[in-house]
Design a protein around this ligand. Structure first.
Ligand code: LMR
Length: 326
């Protein structure tokens, strides 16, 4: 018997093809330029996803605060308006106090120590610290250690007294500057250049890659190579979105996340070194290097902040982080 094809059945069949063919869209928003560790990571993630899951997943990358400012990113993620972010670790304090560990000044000796901590059990556990807020951590991405910059030379902690620094949304960083007699202003990353330009703030703290890519050195005649704190990221997604992805797709995405994380973390240090050299060559800022004694004086001045935040971060986490320096 010949099947009877009605108009309605054709429409239904076409509709189901269309439904099946709709790719999953992942919006990845961030606040830095593309030629930074995070910017490169986002572009590589998009390329690999679209190569390996063609027609199934599309990644839209919005760099440089073109979609969202850092202060608005996480609420947008929780509403599933975006599906991937990589905010710096200073941006999460509303959802967990544990990640404040990364803001403690002079806790980690270098980027390798940060890397070791993130790979140990206590560090990895932090990826799950915001599950009750619907945020799942997928990986830690490196940028680099922060440098202090200002309109006047900062060689001793007392040199910073009375200056106002732009800071991220972090109570630990606020306390760090208060500790050396300076004040601070929490501002979105997209406003740092303008605030330095119009004098609202006189100083800032950033890794070399953010200083160079945002041209902050052109406004900061002095940069102290203090390496006093960490600026790393957590790649995060909306938990409901992430866990509702078809298993076969999520597995591929997780493999890509691992690959991109490896690449970002391998290249971040070299990229920061290269940007330091570009800042030096630009000749707009004097780079102040500290002697071991001078650095120790900064460390001693800021160290009380550890005690201040130890209880809310969790003494077990602070202890685990202290053991990673060599
Ligand atoms: C900042 O606000 O200084 C950083 O969080 C920017 C970034 O994402 O690197």
């Amino acid at each position: 018997m010949k099947p009877i094809i009605t108009l309605a059945s054709v429409v239904l069949a076409l509709a189901s093809v269309t439904v099946q063919a709709d790719p999953i869209v992942i919006k990845f928003s961030h606040v830095v330029t593309e030629d930074t560790p995070k910017g490169n990571g986002a572009v590589l993630f998009k390329r690999l996803v679209e190569e390996r899951l063609p027609g199934q997943v599309v990644v839209e990358v919005y760099p440089n605060s073109t979609l969202l400012r850092d202060a608005d990113e996480l609420e947008a993620l929780r509403k599933n308006e975006v599906q991937l972010l990589a905010p710096s670790l200073a941006n999460f304090q509303k959802y967990t106090k544990q990640l404040q560990i990364f803001d403690l000044p002079f806790l980690f000796d270098d980027q390798d120590s940060v890397d070791r901590f993130q790979k140990r059990a206590k560090g990895k556990q932090l990826l799950r610290s915001m599950e009750s807020s619907g945020i799942v951590g997928l990986a830690f991405w490196h940028n680099g250690l922060k440098q202090l910059s200002a309109t006047r030379p900062l060689r001793r902690p007392s040199d910073a007294a009375g200056l106002t620094f732009r800071i991220q949304q972090s109570s630990v960083i606020e306390a760090q500057f208060a500790q050396i007699g300076a004040s601070s202003r929490m501002l979105p990353f997209s406003e740092v250049f303008g605030a330095l330009q119009n004098g609202t703030v006189k100083g800032a703290e950033n890794p070399w890659s953010n200083i160079y890519s945002k041209k902050l050195h052109t406004l900061q005649p002095y940069i102290t190579e203090s390496n006093h704190g960490v600026l790393d990221y957590m790649l995060v997604s909306n938990s409901s979105f992430w866990y509702s992805l078809p298993h076969s797709i999520r597995v591929v995405l997780e493999g890509i996340v691992d690959e991109v994380t490896y690449s970002v973390n391998q290249q971040a240090e070299a990229l920061n070194k290269a940007e330091r050299e570009r800042v030096r060559q630009a000749g707009t800022s004097e780079i102040i290097t500290l002697t071991a004694e001078e650095r120790e004086a900064w460390r001693n001045a800021m160290r009380p902040v550890w005690k201040q935040f130890e209880a809310e971060i969790g003494p077990d986490i602070v202890k685990a982080a202290e053991t990673v320096n060599r």
